[in-house]
Design a binder for this molecule. Structure first.
Ligand code: NDP
Ligand code: 2IT
Length: 450
């Protein structure tokens, strides 16, 4: 497959040290082989060369003043990766690990994820290496305002519509929205994940977690099974993880773990959802606090993890829902999950499994829902928020949720049918990558070389 090696070598030369980006590209390019072998049109028009190169990358200084009166400087990013299918759409991440390569991998994944939803949205992503941990409410507000002081020039309701991701939820979206409105004088749907009183959509907060569980349900129903009674290991304790836990209960499953940057909790009686929300959404503190208040549960701090392992995956389970961050589940973790009888993995996070882990799941022929298919419910519901804003309507929770269920069923169907079309039944990595790519590539061909 010289085009894969050639493309990755080219990216190494032209965009050095962006390892997560090469990882995401390599996975997609390897999946495309049967399509490229069958249909010469995708070898023409420079599609591969164009699709791995963002249309535009914006990097900027974010200067703000902390509570002690000291000037702080962070890096700001927005990668407008591909607009073949619609305005750029994708979240904003605030985390100290953020760099250009991480934003590019997320933007690249977003192109195909958004295509799979069947909605008219292109791919983009943004963020900052700002660390929200330990910051006061006032510092968070000043940082969000400073971030928008530059970003506002590049976004707009039909241009580029950011949303949340790690470290960015309704609070941060509110501060960014207020500043955008102040700078432009325009009250428009420029961000999604907004507050419900000022343009947000019912169901957006829940959408990624709920959607991931709907996706898992679709995978199981296809083989005549259900989530009922299944023991589920969930990682993360943020937006995606919390609403994954909530929806698992609706399906009669039992979520028994959650994790955060301090460690993980194993709660054999089933995660206490209200306590989890109180500790992580309201008090914004560590899971050690959950363990202290709950009693009878095991909390394992990160300092006890052996090097190169994430011990949340050592808890025996029937199904796993990685919902924290990229590369949080490696080949060793995958082997342990499989050894303990796990037969389903649905990714709420973006690229949580390393390449070795993905290969292990595919080789074991378990039900494996890759992030760009399984977690697309968040961005899909963001598009429903855009539609409500544009038409000045507000739909009920039930309307949004039933559309979300249909969209997730459609994504499952298109990934699984595409896998079958290329003789790789059950390989949803191949199915999702080809189905998403084909849509974007067809639009790029029809729109000419731009
Ligand atoms: P949140 O910030 O709400 O939660 C993230 C959770 O993961 C927190 O519990 C955090 O720990 C933990 N975490 C983050 N980074 C690390 C790390 N490096 N090591 C250990 N733990 C970590 O983010 P979301 O729930 O929104 O996002 C989670 C994942 O889902 C990300 O991969 C994101 O890209 C993806 N995603 C999000 C969507 C959305 O709509 N929000 C949509 C689709 C995908 P702590 O609490 O200690 O900070
Ligand atoms: O990774 C993702 O899909 C998100 N963080 C949500 C993006 C969005 O625009 O809602």
């Amino acid at each position: 497959m010289p085009y894969v090696a050639d493309t990755i070598a080219h990216l190494n030369r032209t965009s050095p040290a962006q390892h997560e980006f090469y990882q995401a590209c390599e996975e997609v390019l390897l999946s495309l082989r049967p399509l490229l072998d069958n249909d010469p049109k995708y070898r023409k028009y420079g599609i591969i060369d164009r699709i791995v190169e963002p249309e535009r990358q914006i990097m900027f200084r974010v200067a703000w003043v902390d509570d002690r009166g000291q000037v702080q400087v962070n890096k700001g990013y927005r990668v407008q990766f591909n607009s073949a299918l619609g305005p750029y759409k994708g979240g904003i991440r605030f985390h100290p690990s953020v760099n250009a390569g991480i934003i590019k991998f997320l933007g690249f994944e977003q192109i195909f994820k958004n295509a799979l939803t069947g909605l008219a949205i292109g791919g983009g992503k943004g963020g900052s290496n700002f660390d929200p941990k330990g910051k006061s409410e006032q510092e968070i507000m000043r940082f969000c305002q400073a971030f928008m002081n530059e970003l506002y020039r590049h976004v707009g309701a039909t241009v580029d519509v950011p949303a949340g991701d790690i470290g960015v939820g309704a609070r941060e979206i509110g501060y960014m929205y207020g500043q955008y409105k102040k700078l432009t004088g325009s009250y428009e749907g420029v961000l999604t994940g907004k507050g419900l009183k000022w343009g947000g959509s019912l169901g957006r907060k829940e959408a990624t977690g709920y959607g991931t569980v709907y996706f898992a349900d679709n995978m199981l129903r296809d083989i005549g099974e259900s989530l009922e009674g299944k023991q589920c290991a969930v990682s993360g304790a943020g937006n995606v993880a919390i609403y994954t836990v909530e929806k698992l209960y609706h399906f009669g499953a039992k979520p028994i773990t959650v994790s955060d940057s301090s460690g993980f909790v194993h709660d054999p009686a089933g995660i206490d959802l209200e306590l989890l929300k109180q500790v992580k959404e309201v008090e914004r503190t560590s899971l050690a606090e959950y363990a202290k208040r709950r009693g009878g549960v095991r909390f394992v701090p990160v300092s006890d993890y052996p090097a190169g392992r994430n011990l949340v995956w050592s808890v025996p389970c029937d199904a796993a829902f990685p919902s924290a961050t990229q590369n949080e589940l490696n080949g060793e973790d995958a082997k342990e999950l499989l050894k303990n009888g796990c037969t389903l993995v649905a990714e709420g996070a973006n690229m949580p499994s390393t390449q070795e882990a993905v290969e292990a799941f595919l080789a074991a022929n378990i039900l494996y829902g890759p992030g760009k298919a399984a977690n697309a419910g968040g961005v899909a519901t963001s598009q429903l928020e855009m539609a409500q804003n544009a038409s000045m309507q507000q739909w009920t929770f039930e309307e949004v949720d039933s559309k979300l269920q249909r969209i997730m069923a459609g994504i499952y169907q298109s990934a699984s049918e595409t896998a079958r079309e290329f003789g790789a039944e059950r390989n949803l990595v191949l199915g999702a990558n080809i189905a998403g790519f084909r849509k974007v590539a067809d639009a790029m061909i029809e729109q000419g070389v731009v």
